[in-house]
Design a binder for this molecule. Sequence first.
Ligand SMILES: [Zn+2]
Length: 190
Amino acid sequence: MEEQAKETIEKRSWNLDWDEYFMALAFLSAQRSKDPKTQVGACIVNKDNRIVGMGYNDMPNYSKDEDFPWEEAQTAEGNKHLYVCHAELNAVVNKIQADVGECRMFVTLFPCNECAKIIIQSGIKEVIYYNKPDIPEDDKKKQQKEEIRKATEKMFGYKDIVNLRPYKPKRGTDFKIERKDPECRAEISL
Ligand SMILES: [Zn+2]
């Protein structure tokens, strides 16, 4: 009897590595944000690669959409920066593990100095960021952003308390998320 040729099933050679996986989740989380200008997502992962916290930039809990502004006016009534809770803050307070020491955080945007403080105080040991913030045209705002970035780097760098590293796309991995209305399907292009 003629022996049948065995079909060989090979394992997939193209699967996401951990960095790609967690950064993609941070990008997906950012899509929950209602901020019209900047959507940020963060994902905290422990040393066993278990997700222990997720967050995105949003207004304080229990508020309704009309309660706080999304504009950037220079008044208490119209300045979102006075109210918005950043993705990193939300990821830390939403954590499901009491101790996040030895954890790492994936975040879609370079953390501001206020979030840097929260990250340090929580015990997180590594931050992997995707984007540096846009540099504004306006000279005063540009200087402010640069000072904030320097403060974050100074705090993280002090005694190397937090290892800060940019996400390095391998194989051209990108995280542009396109929402296809009206079907409302989000696609991550990799
Ligand atoms: Zn922040």
